[in-house]
Write a protein that binds this ligand. Structure first.
Ligand SMILES: [Zn+2]
Length: 61
């Protein structure tokens, strides 16, 4: 059985499955796919303070 690369659920044709050419991985739904992509990219939301810091640095350059 082919399983989702994120939640490990078995894939069937009723699902809104996603394929990643980059990771050569199949996912059972867009949510599993995007969560996996975010994890692999080590992506996270920024705190307001962090955004300010980045914007300040940009101005100094
Ligand atoms: Zn899944």
């Amino acid at each position: 059985m082919i399983r989702c690369g994120f939640c490990k659920k078995g894939i069937d044709e009723t699902m809104e499955a996603e394929w990643s050419e980059y990771f050569t991985e199949i996912f059972c739904c867009p949510d599993c796919a995007t969560t996996y992509y975010y994890n692999m990219a080590m992506s996270r939301p920024l705190e307001v303070e962090e955004i300010r810091e980045i914007l300040n640095k940009e101005e100094e350059d």
